[in-house]
Design a protein around this ligand. Sequence first.
Ligand SMILES: *Cc1c(COP(=O)(O)O)cnc(C)c1O
Length: 224
Amino acid sequence: MTEAPAARLAAFLEQLEDARRARDVTVVVVTKFHPVELVRELAAAGHRHFGENRHPEARDKAEATTDLGLVWHFVGQLQRKKARQVARYADVLHSIDAIELVEALEGGEPGDERPVRDALVQVNLTDDPARGGVEPTGLEALAERVAASEALRLRGVMAVAPLGEEPGRAFERLATYAERVRRLDASADWISAGMSADWREALEHGATHLRIGTAITGNRAVGG
Ligand SMILES: *Cc1c(COP(=O)(O)O)cnc(C)c1O
């Protein structure tokens, strides 16, 4: 690595400042495959929002940084049987894509710690039902279920742009799904979209949360 992650973060935020046109945008730095030292380095540079896509790696980093008061975002596919474990440390769950997942988050033993977590409904923008995310036809039913849950606070939608499609077109569709969710709950106005390669297109289509990995962290440093 030639450049330090903190310098890349500063350079990224500068580009974002030019592009965001005074809108509030949260940058979630996705630190998967990188050691916790990288999180500490970026936190020391003033960054607070971090994301991971896998349990238990996500838990290990969140637990190793409890002293820093960071906000942890879980952005990967959420398995039903691990959902409650993830909800113990992740402040924001970006990938709610099934009613069963909401039910799993509500389960557990009486007296269990039950923090209310911010939740985004992940929408599948591909034609492949096996990809993560609820099908657009099931969007309202799932969003309503999340809104009614005592375990979750409905915040909006999340998606990943499909391979092989111009990301701007996919994010344009996502904006219509976001609008459908806002019609159910006006306060659910977050749009989590955009990664290192397509954040500008996401921003053009209303993204409020960018999930940025390699543009800030560099290529993966360890394992994975
Ligand atoms: C890894 C990951 C990102 C960040 O990807 P980059 O291309 O490295 O910016 C964003 N969202 C999700 C769901 C991811 O798994």
